[in-house]
Write a protein that binds this ligand. Structure first.
Ligand code: 2AM
Length: 168
């Protein structure tokens, strides 16, 4: 199984991201647009791993309080274009703790520096225009373990389990 840990997005956040995608499309940008149901924020990418339970156990050991997540800016990694997130200390802390818990459980993950982004388009053409996302935000109270499968028409993401935030 190909696994990753992610935050699933609220309908309001997805609406804003779709507006951004529509604005890019209207400006002639072509590429593989992430379908609405696949929009998410990855916190840790595990990759091939045979068993979900140890990952869920590691994730469950990470305490976190609900926190706010907001959209801010756009950027690109080559031809992968993304929406950025407002600077967030609790987000950074959650990622650090999750990665530490995975490491302590001997679960491999991509150790590249965490750069919070939501992929809008892969294989995008042209130059990145300055499109500002609407100031959408959401409260994060759930973190999900996701499985990624290659479907006939693109990636299919399935939630395998969740951990909930501690009560405030
Ligand atoms: P991306 O959107 O920047 O490609 C499932 O593949 C999710 O894990 C995607 O959100 C992807 O981010 C993310 N991810 C992070 N590191 C990855 C890696 N090394 N390989 C594939 N996906 C990765």
């Amino acid at each position: 199984m190909r696994l990753f840990i992610a935050i699933r997005l609220s309908a309001a956040m997805k609406d804003s991201l779709i507006q951004m995608q529509n604005a890019l499309y209207d400006r002639g940008v072509r590429g593989n647009y992430t379908p609405e149901e696949n929009l998410h924020l990855t916190l840790a990418f595990i990759g091939e791993y045979p068993d979900a339970q140890p990952v869920l156990d590691a994730l469950s050991s990470v305490p976190f309080r609900p926190f706010e997540l907001g959209l801010e800016g756009m950027g690109r990694f080559g031809d992968l274009w993304w929406a950025g997130m407002r600077e967030s200390v609790p987000l950074q802390a959650a990622v650090r703790r999750i990665r530490r818990a995975l490491a302590e459980s001997g679960i491999p993950f991509d150790k590249k520096r965490f750069r919070a982004h939501i992929t809008l388009i892969r294989k995008a053409s042209g130059d990145l225009p300055g499109i500002a996302p609407s100031p959408a935000s959401m409260t994060v109270d759930t973190i999900s373990l996701m499985r990624s499968d290659r479907g006939r028409n693109g990636m299919i993401y399935t939630e395998l389990g969740t951990v909930e935030a501690d009560a405030e």
